[in-house]
Design a binder for this molecule. Structure first.
Ligand SMILES: [Fe+2]
Length: 308
């Protein structure tokens, strides 16, 4: 038997596409996941009506644990007093006070971490205290638990133009969480789905670990011709720790989310062999193919371009 957890990211309510939203609801109903991870940018501009629509959507999903952590778009941009004094007031009405929720079962530990700051418009930041708190939690995990960290901003980029979008403090986070033997770090923000080895970013990594980035779930703000998508973590309920990451894309032709692929992640908890460093998940191959189909990438590859 396996358990499924869905990752929904960057829904950007206010720019959502109604048929995509309906298709995502149907997909999740049929999938019947055990939990839902929401990795930020739920709204486009943190407006009350956008949070209201988001709430309506999430309330309509199966009643399972919902682990939501904010993105930079979930803090009001123009209501300056609110931004300074109560940046998460709208968020809290929908998702509650805990900006860094966690889930723990016999087979999985998920820890969210808030990477937003009221004084940063787009970029994310993580403090030494947050890094250590998460590392401590991961170190306490049992060997049979899959260890997952969720932050809105990415720890690893695959486009030079996205280096500017990396979480401020990402190097310290990668080192600390790799040492603590995290299995998967999930993120969003840049609307580009990919899976990459994270252990190759540090010297002498103690085991395999992976970055799993999500695309935008429901927004019209898709990137590089890649359709709306969500990720599904599917892991074994018994036996050795095993996890596959499924990517589900919205297919306009059928009006449904359909599974594009399923990638088995090596999770040996041993020092990774050199060959594992070169593993490229199929979604990256697909992304590369789509990129090469585009005639002009110049506006996507500008130096220092920040994704909003
Ligand atoms: Fe974002």
């Amino acid at each position: 038997m396996t358990t499924a957890i869905v990752q929904i990211s960057d829904s950007h309510f206010g720019t959502e596409v109604a048929p995509v939203e309906r298709a995502l609801r149907k997909m999740i109903e049929e999938l019947a996941p055990s939990a839902i991870i929401v990795s930020g940018d739920v709204t486009q501009r943190a407006r009350n009506n956008q949070f209201r629509d988001a709430r309506r959507f999430f309330d309509s999903l199966p009643k399972v644990p919902l682990l939501a952590t904010p993105g930079n778009h979930d803090i009001p941009m123009f209501a300056l007093a609110t931004r300074l004094m109560r940046p998460y007031s709208h968020w809290i009405k929908v998702f509650g006070e805990d900006l860094e929720p966690a889930l723990e079962t016999e087979r999985v530990l998920v820890q969210c971490v808030n990477s937003t700051r009221w004084f940063r418009r787009k970029h994310g930041q993580i403090s030494a205290a947050q890094i250590e708190r998460v590392a401590r939690r991961i170190r306490q995990a049992k060997p049979e638990q899959l260890r997952v960290v969720v932050a809105h901003h990415p720890l690893l980029a695959i486009r030079e133009s996205d280096n500017n979008n990396l979480l401020r403090g990402h190097r310290d986070a990668v080192r600390a969480w790799t040492d603590a033997k995290v299995d998967i770090v999930m993120g969003g923000h840049i609307h580009l789905p990919y899976i990459r080895p994270l252990h190759v970013e540090v010297e002498n990594p103690p085991h395999h670990c992976w970055v799993v980035q999500a695309g935008t779930a429901t927004s019209k703000r898709v990137r590089e011709g890649i359709p709306n998508s969500v990720n599904v973590l599917r892991f074994a309920d018994t036996g050795p720790v095993h996890c596959a990451v499924e990517r589900w894309d919205y297919e306009a032709a059928t009006g449904c989310f359909e599974q594009l692929h399923s990638v088995d992640l090596p999770l040996t908890r041993e020092p990774p062999p050199q060959a594992a460093s070169s593993l490229v998940a199929p979604d990256d191959v697909e992304t590369e193919r789509r990129l090469h189909d585009l005639a002009d990438l110049s506006d996507l590859q500008g130096e220092g371009r920040a994704f909003e």
